[in-house]
Every structure is written in C-alpha cells, then in structure tokens.
Write a protein that binds this ligand. Structure first.
Ligand SMILES: C[S@@+](CC[C@H](N)C(=O)[O-])C[C@H]1O[C@@H](n2cnc3c(N)ncnc32)[C@H](O)[C@@H]1O
Length: 207
C-alpha cells in the first residue's frame, strides 16, 4: 500500500475526494506555491481591462491575483477537478458573484465553443507536466487568445528528488512546446525558491 505522502502527491494532477481537498489546502498554504503563483501573474503585465485565462487554477490563488489586476476586465479559469473548482470558488466568491471571474470545469478545449479569440493573457502554474500532448493543449489555448496575447507557463518541480537541473529541463521543454504550438518571442525567467527554483516560459501569439 503506497504511503499517505505518495497518495497525496498523486492527487496534484487531478485532485478528487478528501485527499484531493487536502492537496488543495497544501497548495493554497505552502509558501513556495503562493510565491510562484503571485510571481507568474506579475510576469504578464496584466492591464485593468485585460481578459485573462488560467488553465489548471487549483485552489484559485492566481485567479484572485489576476482578478485584482484586471479590475475592469474578466478572468476565466478552467480546471478538470470539481474539488478545486469548489475551493477556488470559495477563495473568489465575490468576484464570481459580480461576474468578473468565471470558474469552469473541464479542459481548455471545452472553452472553444463559447470563446473565440478572447483573451489577452493566459497562464498555467504547475500544470504543464500533466499535459500528455502539451503542443496540442497549447494550440487549443492559442485558439482562445487574441493576436499579440501573452502566455506564461510556470513549473516548480516537486517531490523529494526535485532539483534545479530538473527545473532547467522543464523550462527547455516548455520553450520547445511553445515554439511548436506557434508562439513567438519565447523567453524564460527563473524565480529563486526553496527547495527548488520555479521557471516560467513566456510566449506571444503572433499578430
Ligand atoms: C499541481 S495543481 C496546480 C494548481 C495551481 N495552478 C497552483 O499552482 O496552485 C494542477 C492543477 O491543474 C489541473 N489540471 C491538470 N491538467 C489539466 C488539464 N488538462 N485541464 C484542466 N486542468 C488540468 C489539476 O486538476 C490541478 O488542479
């Protein structure tokens, strides 16, 4: 029988049930998680009237920060976990009630029917490693972005064996995937963190 710790780790890709709720609490309260979410939002230079898309919002930390910046715009999040949708809703109750934030259940492709090239900014924090076909997902996200839109993909490797070398390898994979999905002006930035750095790959959808 796997240990409770390893069962908890398995929850982060699609949190469900009581252990998934616990994983959400860990994500919402762990200092490194809070810092990498706040930092990622800051990389996007969000303007007051921007429309922002977050894929894999988890407990909703970045949704809250993005909504504070896009105060005359709108923030739409999509996550495949109903457990995370409930936690993110609690964290963003007022903004959801007044229509500035929408939290959808599903995957990015599920938004294509409802949204055209709507969003000026997009982000995904510690979600890229869960995409089995990251280029396909990024192409779907690209179909939701307006020309010139900016995307930020951040990963901080987790687990007892995580290293800064792993962070660099993930950064290179994100850069390759962004290029392959048609994004330009691709660059990486690093947030020094303990126990392991977070890396962000940024790209722009060509006009
Ligand atoms: C490790 S958590 C990170 C949550 C949040 N971004 C954070 O940093 O606090 C990964 C989240 O991405 C969601 N997720 C993973 N793959 C997804 C996909 N293809 N579509 C939608 N959500 C996804 C999971 O349900 C989970 O809530």
């Amino acid at each position: 029988m796997p240990s409770l710790k390893s069962q908890l780790y398995q929850q982060f890709g699609n949190p469900t049930g009581p252990l998934g709720a616990l994983a959400g609490l860990v994500m919402a309260n762990r200092d490194s998680n809070r810092r990498r979410n706040a930092w990622t939002v800051r990389q996007l230079d969000i303007q007051p009237d921007d429309r922002v898309l977050e894929v894999g919002f988890g407990p909703g930390l970045a949704i809250r920060d993005a909504a504070a910046m896009a105060r005359d715009g709108r923030v739409v999040g999509i996550d495949r976990s109903a457990t995370m949708q409930r936690q993110a809703h609690r964290r963003n109750r007022d903004a959801v009630a007044d229509g500035r934030v929408e939290l959808r259940l599903g995957e990015p492709g599920d938004l294509l029917g409802d949204y055209g090239r709507t969003f000026q900014k997009a982000l995904a924090v510690n979600v890229f490693p869960f995409w089995t076909d990251s280029i396909a997902v990024l192409r779907q996200i690209g179909q939701l972005l307006s020309p010139g839109a900016r995307i930020a993909l951040t990963v901080q490797p987790r687990g007892s064996a995580a290293t800064n070398d792993q962070a660099r390898v993930v950064a290179a994979r994100m850069v390759d995937a962004l290029h392959a999905a048609g994004f330009a002006e691709v660059e990486t930035r690093t947030l020094p963190l303990q126990p392991v750095n977070a890396v962000c790959a940024l790209g722009t959808l060509p006009r």
